[in-house]
Design a binder for this molecule. Structure first.
Ligand code: IPD
Ligand code: CA
Ligand code: CA
Length: 277
C-alpha cells in the first residue's frame, strides 16, 4: 500500500526545502569554481557538487533519519532495510556548470518500495521549481507563482521536439546512443541535448519536450523526473514499453501519444547494438 497523501505531501515539502537549499549553494559557487576534477574521463566533480550534496543530505537526514539515501557523490547511507530510498543528484549538469553554461539542476526523488513517489527538480538560474507527488499532480513554481503542468499534445514524431543525452562511457561502448540520436534527428523537428537529465524529464512534464530517451542513467538522474512526467499525464517505460527498470539505466518518457512510435524505433535500433537488459 502506498503512503497516505499527507505523508507524500510532507516528503515533498522537505524535498523542496532541500532542493532550494542545494540550489542556493550552487548559486554561491557559480562562476567561482576553484576545484574541478575528473572522476572518469569527461565525468567532472566540483566543490559545488559536494557542497550542495552536503546541504541536501543534511536536510533529508534531519527530517527522515530512518530513510535510506542514495546520493551521487557520497553513495549510499542510512537504514539499509528502509522502504524509503531518496535518490539525490546535488548538481545534475556538472559539465554545463563547470563551463558556466547556465543549464543544470538539483534533483531529489523518493522511492517507496522501489516505486518513485516524489520528485523535485530545481533550476536555480531560472528559479524554476518542478514538483510532483504520487496522486498529487505536477507543478511548476517560479517567483512565488505556482501552476499545474501537463505534457504536450503532439501526436506525431514528425511534429515533435525531443531530448536525449549521452552517458560518460560513450567513448568505450557500442551502445552509445549515436544511432538513435541520428534517427530521431532525421524524423523529428529537432533533438536537444541539454546536459541535465533531470531537466529533460521536467521539460517533458511541462510540455516543452514531447519525448526524451537516454541510456546509462543512474537513479539520481531519473527518479524525480519520472514522478514529474507521470503526474503530468505522460508515460514512462523502458525502451520496450515494459515497466521502467531504474537499475537498467534506460528510460523512455513521452507525452504518451508518441510512446508507441518512439518505443518501436528504440526497440528496433538498440538491440542491434547491445541486448536490452
Ligand atoms: C549527467 C547529465 C547528462 C546525462 C548524463 C548524466 P551529471 O549528470 O544528466 O544530461 O546525459 O548521462 O550523467 O554528471 O551532470 O550529474
Ligand atoms: Ca546526473
Ligand atoms: Ca551530478
Amino acid at each position: 500500500m502506498n503512503p497516505p497523501p499527507q505523508d507524500i505531501q510532507n516528503f515533498l515539502t522537505i524535498a523542496t526545502q532541500a532542493a532550494e537549499a542545494g540550489g542556493k549553494v550552487l548559486q554561491s559557487f557559480w562562476g567561482k569554481l576553484e576545484n574541478v576534477q575528473e572522476k572518469t574521463p569527461g565525468n567532472l566533480v566540483t566543490e559545488a557538487d559536494t557542497a550542495s550534496e552536503r546541504m541536501v543530505l543534511d536536510i533529508l537526514k534531519t527530517a527522515f533519519p530512518e530513510h535510506r539515501i542514495l546520493a551521487e557523490e557520497s553513495g549510499a547511507s542510512g537504514e539499509i532495510t528502509s522502504s524509503y530510498v531518496w535518490a539525490v543528484d546535488p548538481l545534475d549538469g556538472t559539465t554545463n556548470y563547470a563551463h558556466h553554461f547556465p543549464v543544470f539542476s538539483v534533483s531529489i526523488g523518493l522511492l517507496f518500495e522501489g516505486q518513485p513517489i516524489v520528485g523535485v527538480v530545481y533550476n536555480p538560474i531560472t528559479n524554476e521549481l518542478f514538483t510532483a507527488g504520487l496522486g498529487l499532480g505536477a507543478f511548476l513554481t517560479q517567483n512565488g507563482q505556482s501552476q499545474s503542468i501537463r505534457v504536450s499534445k503532439t501526436k506525431q514524431v514528425a511534429d515533435s521536439l525531443l531530448a536525449t543525452g549521452f552517458a560518460y562511457d560513450r567513448r568505450e561502448v557500442k551502445d552509445n546512443n549515436y544511432a538513435e540520436f541520428c534517427h530521431f534527428t532525421q524524423v523529428s523537428q529537432g533533438v536537444r541535448r541539454l546536459g541535465s537529465a533531470a531537466l529533460d524529464l521536467a521539460y517533458v512534464a511541462a510540455g516543452r519536450f514531447d519525448g526524451y530517451w537516454e541510456r546509462g542513467l543512474s537513479p539520481w538522474d531519473m527518479v524525480a523526473g519520472i514522478v514529474l512526467v507521470l503526474e503530468a499525464g505522460g508515460q514512462v517505460s523502458g525502451y520496450d514499453q515494459g515497466a521502467i527498470n531504474i537499475a537498467s539505466g534506460r528510460v523512455l518518457a513521452t507525452n504518451g501519444l508518441l510512446h508507441e512510435a518512439m518505443s518501436q524505433t528504440l526497440s528496433r535500433i538498440t538491440p542491434l547494438l547491445v541486448p536490452v537488459p
